[in-house]
Design a protein around this ligand. Structure first.
Ligand SMILES: [Zn+2]
Length: 320
């Protein structure tokens, strides 16, 4: 075993393009993430494993950064994998947990009433079914979280990095300072903070606030090389985090200027912020919109009240 980590690049049917997995040739042989469940992706996997002297049956365990289908897709195709590790929210997706998804759909139905979302943009059940179609078809063997160790991965530290997904974890090698970052930190683009239903009985997640917190959190670790889920491998720089945060604050300022002029619903803010994209990418654009409103509300720039069941946002007196 040479203890080297290898990048595997697989095609996806998504706009994001290729996705990367990483194979750690150690004992046990470990794979981080597992592409999307298509034959094209599997063929590319088999071919690239061959190039590094491995067969699919050599892979012994898989560690997942988050539940998205382009990261879990092939987990059931490795016959000798006896352990699959991931967050408890990843477990619910892979299990297609009936009670969670019944809750998920009714939660969004109520939420979209509050956001004043017209019927034609509501496609949550379809989005869930699409995810099921391309995600992995087996369950986790072990649920992991920050502070725990993964068997066989001695020098690896689990960092909770929710924001892009509530299930998101990153993995930092404390010896060589390499981080498997999933979709938490990419070189060229900011990750989408995606709104998901909470576990039943919990408050609505605030994905952009989580994302800001877990981005800043990375600045307290010693990280050198970032192995991302998409795009180029790059050297970690603290100023990249500052840059991402600053860009987000600029977008929030744009929202604040709009909200200063009128009292508005979240759907109206979404149309304003993404006039060209909101109807084709509704889930993503609405997630980003509510994220900006959460940010402005937490910072005290805007407030919300409920009128006839709909959330209305306006600038607080100090900022109007
Ligand atoms: Zn993702």
């Amino acid at each position: 075993m040479d203890n080297t980590i290898y990048q595997i690049t697989l095609p996806t049917p998504y706009a994001v393009g290729d996705v990367h997995c990483y194979v750690l040739k150690d004992d046990p042989i470990t794979m981080f993430d597992a592409g999307v469940d298509t034959d094209e992706s599997w063929d590319a996997m088999v071919h690239q494993l061959d190039e590094i002297g491995l067969k699919p049956n050599d892979i012994q365990q898989i560690v997942l950064t988050h539940h998205h289908p382009d990261h879990t897709g092939l987990i059931h195709r490795f016959e000798n994998v006896n352990a699959v590790y991931g967050h408890r929210m990843t477990d619910l997706w892979l299990k297609q947990d009936e009670s969670y998804f019944a809750h998920y759909e009714s939660y969004f139905s109520t939420l979209y009433d509050q956001f004043a979302v017209p019927e034609q943009y509501r496609n949550v059940p379809k989005t869930i079914q699409n995810a099921f179609r391309f995600q992995g078809k087996r369950q986790l063997t072990n649920i992991i979280d920050e502070g725990q160790e993964i068997p066989g991965l001695k020098n690896w530290h689990i960092i909770e990095t929710k924001g892009h997904a509530q299930s998101h974890l990153s993995f930092l090698n404390e010896k060589d300072h390499t981080m498997v970052a999933g979709d938490h930190l990419l070189k060229h683009i900011s990750s989408n903070p995606i709104l998901e239903a909470p576990l039943p009985g919990n408050e609505r997640p605030k994905p952009l606030l989580h994302y800001r917190r877990t981005l800043k959190k990375l600045q307290s670790f010693s990280i050198e090389t970032v192995l991302p889920g998409h795009g180029d491998i790059f050297n970690f720089q603290s100023k990249l985090i500052d840059h991402r945060l600053q860009r987000q604050e600029e977008r929030a300022q744009k929202v604040l200027n709009y909200v200063r002029e009128h009292e508005v619903t979240p759907f109206e803010v979404c149309q304003f912020l993404f006039p060209k994209h909101y109807n084709k990418q509704f889930g993503l654009t609405m997630s980003e919109t509510i994220g900006q409103l959460d940010y402005l509300e937490e910072a005290g720039y805007v407030g919300s009240i409920t009128r006839n069941g709909v959330l209305m946002y306006k600038a607080t007196p100090l900022y109007s």
